[in-house]
Design a protein around this ligand. Sequence first.
Ligand SMILES: Nc1nc2c(c(=O)[nH]1)N[C@H]1C(S)=C(S)[C@@H](COP(=O)(O)OP(=O)(O)OC[C@H]3O[C@@H](n4cnc5c(=O)[nH]c(N)nc54)[C@H](O)[C@@H]3O)O[C@H]1N2
Ligand SMILES: Nc1nc2c(c(=O)[nH]1)N[C@H]1C(S)=C(S)[C@@H](COP(=O)(O)OP(=O)(O)OC[C@H]3O[C@@H](n4cnc5c(=O)[nH]c(N)nc54)[C@H](O)[C@@H]3O)O[C@H]1N2
Ligand SMILES: [Mo]
Length: 771
Amino acid sequence: MSKDSDNLRVKPANMPAGGWGSVGEVAHILFDQRTALKDAPLLARQNKPDGYACVSCAWAKPANPHPFEFCESGAKATAWETTSKRLEPAFFERHTVTELEAWGDHELEDLGRLTVPLRWDAASDKYRPVGWDTAFAEIGAALRAMEREQVVFYSSGRASLETSYMYSLLARMYGNNNLPDSSNMCHESTSVGLQKSIGDGVGTVVLDDFAQTDCIFFFGQNVGVNSPRMLHQLQEARRRGVPIVTFNPLRERGLVSFTNPQSPVEMLTRHETVISTDYLQVKPGGDTAAIMGLCKTVFALDDAAVAAGEPRVLDTVFIMEHTHGFAEFEASVRACEWSAIERESGLTRAALESAGAVYARAGAVLGVYGMGLTQHRNGVQNVEMIVNLLLLRGNIGKPGAGVCPVRGHSNVQGQRTVGITEKPELAPLDKLKEQYGFEPPREKGMNTVEACEAILARKVPAFVGLGGNFLRAVPETVLMEAAWREIPLTVQIATKLNRNHIVHGKASYVLPCLGRIEVDRQAGGEQSVTVEDSTACIHGSRGMAEPAAHTLLSEPAIVAGIAKATLDPNPKLDWDAWVADYGRIREAIAETYPDIFHDFNARMWTPGGFRKPVGAAHRVWKTESGKAQFGVPEALAGDPDLQPRENTLRLFTVRSDGQFNTTIYSRDDRFRGVYGSRMVLFMHRADMATRALAPGDAVTLSCAAEDGVVRRVEGLVLVPYDIPPGTIAGYYPECNPLIPLWHHAKDSKVPAAKAIDVRIERSGQLSGGAQ
Ligand SMILES: Nc1nc2c(c(=O)[nH]1)N[C@H]1C(S)=C(S)[C@@H](COP(=O)(O)OP(=O)(O)OC[C@H]3O[C@@H](n4cnc5c(=O)[nH]c(N)nc54)[C@H](O)[C@@H]3O)O[C@H]1N2
Ligand SMILES: Nc1nc2c(c(=O)[nH]1)N[C@H]1C(S)=C(S)[C@@H](COP(=O)(O)OP(=O)(O)OC[C@H]3O[C@@H](n4cnc5c(=O)[nH]c(N)nc54)[C@H](O)[C@@H]3O)O[C@H]1N2
Ligand SMILES: [Mo]
């Protein structure tokens, strides 16, 4: 196999997000996955009130959708799931599992959809077909014999509310709260930070707020790639003259300009809407400092208004009535020096004052953010800082204003709503006890980082994965892979083959499931499921494509199969009846959570979804003080424990438009002008020059942490880029071997994937075109 970097091509990237490039990309992947003819009508049903919820991102689905409510990323995800490629068992006869370890993430998933349950055979080192009943019986017998407190039930955020509810019951009836999910690597900093500051762990904003806002502050989220449908709202806001102020170390194309690929006029005239009116290339980890600068500006403008006898800039009535901790926060802002703010944020005082003035002038402001804030040592504090900024002018709980975390997986927020959580206090345990007549475990379970620690300590006897690619997504790849091979039992419920199936436990099963886009036929007829979007709206989703194979089971059927083989029969819970008719699972969910899910079956098809109650959106604060809480930042530095040492660079990991997390559709990153290889590092020319490095050089990165563990990634090729000096960007998951497991957000334990101190060493010069 040739090295990826041999195929690298670098070209200028100056096209808008959307536009003709996007149309070309969609046509290409539909063709490549051989889905062109059958999928065009399918895409028209995506994110429609009576259609299926896209399996890509979690962005809100409007009540009055555009004729085509899909985007380039959504079309790619649909093509990837409904591909006509199949991974038949005969493939495994030709390849040992060890041999497949050399395959890349793209090659593994590109084999196509898994079709039959597989069991690893140690003697031949091959995955071999196994009957569903045998697989369930063997898994059940093994789980029954294990130390129950240590078994882990992971979920990736795609599975429906119905499946997730069943899965969380399976874990709790089995005997633990070990329900880590992808959210632990993602927006857990939001769940912790917003819960503490506004009393709800989710955002307060709905789509209508975008239509009513006067100003948008946008932090660390790459909208053009990761939630492109939001570009419609941003474009409409821009047409109304709404300023969008963006904080991002990289000038991401989707945040710079957008051509709506669904508007014939825009396409023909090549019209571009400028998205960000102000673009601040903050240093990774510098957002707390930057927001301090904005708040300092608000105080200064307020002082000036008071002196001049003009109306206040602070919303003093709101602050008095609705908030707690203002005086301490004000003191910390006033005490904070501009020199420290400039140093930590990498931004000038003038730039921050000008952005702060935009904020102070606007009536209603939205604070939008993503992984650029949450995946830091101070990720929770970053989230609290956004809330602080909004509270100063009463920007929560009024139309056009609020906090808007952009969630990742299409149902990651919903999984938390129906009980997937390692925190027992967040699950209605007493209610479950009453409903199902069992004693739910009360001890805290493991989150993702804690599950990794237990796996490294060889304490986990079994790992069950409901979707995802845990091992590839977590930090500390090298140590984790070694430990993983010693887990006695690994069970993965999945649609496609991935690294986490190839590096497996001593006994290993891969159980293939239907995807959400596929028709789900059960004894009670065709079934639908539900998901919750980023704005806490809950939608029905009906599969429309023919299943990839008649041998697949649905996720609810697989969870029920494992549950029946593992748990003692329970007269109050008929797993088979649930699988026959998912309406009955929804009735059970409604019984557990009546405030959220009353009349669930009737309301699930509400156009635009029905909203989960979010108190903070109505200024009802379910915090300790009963008010919204100002939080005083502990430190301005992005990473107080990894202070840049001599000659280190700060690496942050990003996604390309050719991937969905560890699913790599292609090695191209159209928006950053890199083609054919993901083994690249984006670096400032000045940083290259001071290190006698040049574009096209091959380098090795090693983590600067001095804890005795060697963490290296070799064969990365330098690409010159407009990036803050002293910082470099590389791709996730290729750079995950560089992240120490202990390098995570305080309080939320989200791995700090956006600030990793590394050293760089030249290892060669490429002949190719990375110049
Ligand atoms: N097509 C596609 N869609 C996706 C995904 C995908 O992989 N592909 N993944 C899904 C998932 S699970 C998630 S969580 C979301 C992720 O979506 P995002 O939240 O957009 O996550 P990232 O792509 O990791 O990029 C975050 C952005 O933050 C910037 N950034 C990095 N460090 C900092 C910092 O310190 N401060 C600031 N202000 N900015 C910073 C980066 O330059 C980048 O533009 O997308 C979801 N949607
Ligand atoms: N360095 C670094 N690391 C990161 C991040 C980062 O930005 N930087 N981001 C983090 C974030 S935000 C997240 S959310 C995690 C993602 O971590 P995960 O959610 O664990 O990973 P995914 O890549 O989304 O999982 C892909 C796999 O899911 C399976 N799959 C796809 N569809 C379905 C389905 O319908 N049902 C089932 N059962 N399986 C399905 C397929 O087999 C596919 O191979 O990674 C985290 N890791
Ligand atoms: Mo995520």
